[in-house]
Design a protein around this ligand. Structure first.
Ligand code: MF3
Ligand code: CO
Length: 287
């Protein structure tokens, strides 16, 4: 490319001052046979700022849920809170009508792994562990994160599952750096889960996000160090492993087409953060 031309990233900067060095590395790694990220998932500063604004709302929504969730609340009520706190800031809950999903948020309790549908029939009970997964579309920019909540006193077994799953995400995050591999992150997650006697769901993963709800790459948490797509500055993806107390196998509820359960009926936990790869490491965009 002519070095005086504007950069392909849309920054409006001359290429030579923008992604030229990036492209040199990118080409070098591609020639070595590694999987390098496609240009369309590399965000420029303007896009990152907009995605951060979306994430601010997403974080607020989960903070609001954290303050209000308690025994006796229905998951339908959580859905209403999410809708209310998202639209209040001019944003739209990204799950609403996404591929036919009927609600604004996913609420997954106990042996539900993910994509649980809020319902007036599901009343939170003491001892439940629940994942609330919120995603926001703000002016076409996307954010996505989820947290676990323990309702009242929960069993030691469940409390530990929730805690270790959060540690898995943190250990995965610490592997995020430019020109490292997504497999470095995936292996860190899986190693910690297994060390604690748990298993990680294989079929469902994380994803690139920002300009669309779900972008490349698909992100595994059972991957191996030195494999999968390379991480590069400007890439944004989720770390959202589903960790099972028992076996890793899952199935989808046939009647609602969405809710994923553990096959063995044992509990599952998930935390999700949205991460930007920076020039020297990472920035957590949403949590
Ligand atoms: N954060 C979840 C995901 O990225 C939410 C999916 S929304 C749904 O998979 F509509 F697909 F459920
Ligand atoms: Co997600």
């Amino acid at each position: 490319m002519d070095n005086n031309r504007l950069c392909w990233c849309g920054s409006g900067m001359p290429y030579s001052q923008c992604h030229r060095e990036f492209d040199e590395k990118w080409n070098e790694y591609r020639q070595k046979g590694y999987i390098v990220p496609p240009r369309k998932i590399i965000k420029n500063q303007k896009q990152i700022e907009n995605i951060r604004k979306s994430a601010e709302i997403n974080i607020h929504v989960l903070d609001y849920i954290a303050e209000h969730i308690r025994e006796g609340v229905t998951t339908e009520q959580i859905d209403r809170w999410v809708y209310q706190e998202t639209t209040k800031y001019g944003a739209i809950p990204a799950p609403l009508h996404y591929e036919g999903f009927p609600k604004s948020v996913c609420t997954s309790i106990n042996n539900q792994v993910c994509h649980g549908i809020p319902s007036s029939k599901i009343v939170l009970q003491e001892g439940d562990i629940i994942n609330v997964d919120a995603s926001t579309n703000y002016r076409g920019y996307y954010s996505d994160s989820s947290r676990m909540f323990c309702i009242g006193e929960v069993s030691e077994e469940n409390r530990r599952l929730v805690e270790v799953t959060k540690e898995c995400v943190q250990l995965g995050l610490e592997q995020v750096k430019p020109w490292g591999f997504l497999g470095d992150m995936g292996q860190a997650v899986n190693d910690h889960a297994r060390k604690n006697g748990y298993s990680v769901v294989r079929e469902i993963g994380g994803h690139g996000i920002g300009l669309e709800f779900h972008e490349l790459p698909w992100v595994s948490y059972v991957s191996k160090r030195g494999t999968q797509m390379m991480m590069a500055p400007g890439m944004i993806f989720t770390i959202e492993p589903m960790v099972n107390l028992g076996k890793p196998q899952v199935y989808v509820n046939r009647s609602d087409g969405w809710t994923v359960y553990t096959k063995d009926g044992k509990p599952s936990a998930q935390w999700e953060i949205q991460v930007l790869v920076t020039d020297n490491g990472y920035e957590v965009i949403s949590y």
